[in-house]
Design a protein around this ligand. Structure first.
Ligand SMILES: [Zn+2]
Ligand SMILES: [Zn+2]
Length: 345
């Protein structure tokens, strides 16, 4: 704390231009948390000059910062995992589970599309944020927008819904995560984010792809937007400090991690691991489940019935494991079967 105050006084009166990064962006050195980055004394200030600065009035204490508290939620849910005979399946197109009153998880029915992607709806004070729109375009068979609108009205009330912008965002550009985009296109109080890398960079204000990690404010709830290309060129992770959840799309989930660009993916795995270091990560939530409860055993691609599937959530240490395994494998792509996920270049 003392160093920060000294730095502020110094910068205000010095001719040396402070090092700046674009608004809303932070640069984090490898192995350094953002908090550490903020609290590091500027090495450009000679120590004797810094010592000559006025003594700050805030008392210096050694009391450790309180552990960040996160809003609790429940993942105690039995996800509908398709059906042995989809012709006789009566389950809804979308399964809806409230993690808590401020975050809803949706899953597409496997009988509608085997990908059965998960989608996330995050409520802020000014904006609601939907991550992904699923694998089916038809509003008749897959009424995603109606479902989301109902959830918005339930959360905000009908009158306040009109004051809220629904931001329809994506974990990445693959078709099973944006098929229902047209349902939202041109709708009132709705912003549909593009899926190209250029569109993503422009929308979130990411100038230095993929190194820059930026904030996206929903009103009283700030998401961290972390570029993690490699599975797909415009892949993003979102970190919600309010719940401590890290949303990882198809980059990390309990299933086959398909990799389009090996080296870029390896760098992203390191980036997201470094990001999580020193932060509370309660759950790592991806966009699919393809692995069973039996370690390392996945369902065949295209399965419409996964009666014994792994839970959706992974723990924070999955980030460490993924990065370490990729480092061990090295620059030549290689398949690696682990208990909870399979690296599948
Ligand atoms: Zn994908
Ligand atoms: Zn996918």
């Amino acid at each position: 704390m003392r160093n920060i105050l000294i730095l502020l006084v110094y910068v205000g009166s010095a001719c040396t231009a402070p090092k700046t990064t674009p608004k809303g962006q932070e640069r984090i050195a490898a192995g350094q948390t953002s908090e550490e980055a903020k609290e590091t004394t500027d090495p450009a200030i000679p120590q004797n000059q810094a010592d000559a600065m006025p003594t700050p009035t805030v008392p210096v204490t050694n009391t450790p910062a309180p552990a960040p508290t996160v809003e609790a939620g429940s993942l105690n849910v039995q996800w509908i995992a398709g059906a042995a005979n989809c012709n006789q399946d009566n389950n809804p197109a979308l399964q809806v589970h409230a993690y808590n009153k401020n975050l809803v998880i949706l899953r597409q029915n496997k009988c509608l599309n085997f990908e059965a992607p998960f989608m996330y709806l995050i409520f802020g004070n000014q904006k609601a944020f939907l991550i992904d729109t699923g694998a089916t375009a038809s509003a008749t068979t897959f009424p995603l927008r109606t479902t989301v609108e109902n959830l918005l009205v339930e959360h905000y009330g009908a009158a306040q819904r009109a004051q809220i912008t629904l931001v329809v965002a994506h974990s990445h550009a693959h078709g099973d995560h944006r098929a229902a985009d047209p349902q939202f296109n041109g709708q009132p109080n709705t912003t549909l984010v593009g899926t190209s890398q250029a569109a993503v960079m422009s929308f979130y204000g990411i100038s230095n792809w993929p190194e820059s990690i930026v904030d996206y404010d929903l009103g009283g709830r700030v998401l961290k937007v972390i570029p993690i290309p490699g599975h797909e060129p415009s892949s993003l992770a979102f970190y919600d400090a309010q719940t401590g959840i890290l949303f990882t799309g198809d980059t990390l989930y309990p299933g086959r991690l398909y990799i389009q660009d090996w080296e870029v993916y390896r760098a992203s795995a390191a980036r997201i691991r470094n990001f999580a270091e020193g932060r509370t990560v309660t759950h790592v939530l991806g966009a699919h489940v393809e692995i069973s409860k039996t370690p390392g055993q996945d369902y065949p691609a295209g399965s419409t019935f996964q009666p014994d599937e792994h839970v959706l959530q992974l723990k924070k240490d999955a980030l460490t494991l993924l990065d370490s395994e990729l480092k061990k494998i090295g620059p030549t792509p290689m398949r690696r079967v682990l208990d909870e996920f399979i690296i599948s270049p």
